[in-house]
Design a protein around this ligand. Structure first.
Ligand code: FES
Length: 158
């Protein structure tokens, strides 16, 4: 039996102490141990982007990150985007206005990537948005709407 260690994780501004095996990924810690199922498991091998979260403001794939690696850093998930008075984050609002999803499974990862893409200054053209969002796959093929949503949110942020 593998031993567990207590990890102290900061998720969406709240501190959590979790007894986990060292091999547990950040994705499984979020979904299975904290009930934060907004972060999706698609491929579980770093290829689809559905599990994208922010760690200290940088986008990471939670399926390729051990929970232990996130200790001492600020993790933000889709559940952590709420604005005062329950308003949507501007990128969430842009996804709604541009109809940038169909089944919605990839949407949390798309939105977390889009926020980082804009913050990184990589949303200055549609080509740039396509390149820097290319790690997030959409099986429904909503890409033109996703690009439009990122462009709209980037314009609002500038
Ligand atoms: Fe992490 Fe697909 S579930 S990249």
């Amino acid at each position: 039996m593998t031993s567990r260690t207590t990890l102290h994780l900061s998720i969406n501004g709240r501190e959590h102490a979790l007894a986990l095996e060292p091999r547990v990924t950040l994705l499984d810690a979020l979904r299975d141990h904290l009930g934060l199922t907004g972060t999706k498991k698609g491929c579980d091998q770093g290829q689809c982007g559905a599990c994208t979260v922010h760690v200290d403001g940088r986008r990471v794939l939670a399926c390729l990150t051990l929970a232990a690696q996130a200790e001492g850093q600020a993790v933000t998930t889709i559940e952590g985007l709420f604005e005062p008075e329950g308003r949507l984050h501007p990128v969430q609002a842009a996804f709604l206005e541009q109809d940038a999803f169909q089944c919605g499974y990839c949407t949390p990862g798309q939105i977390m990537s889009a926020i980082a893409c804009i913050r990184e200054g990589h949303a200055r053209s549609d080509d740039e948005i396509r390149e820097y969002m290319s790690g997030n796959l959409c099986r429904c093929g909503a890409y033109p709407h996703i690009v439009a949503a990122v462009r709209q949110a980037a314009e609002m942020a500038s």
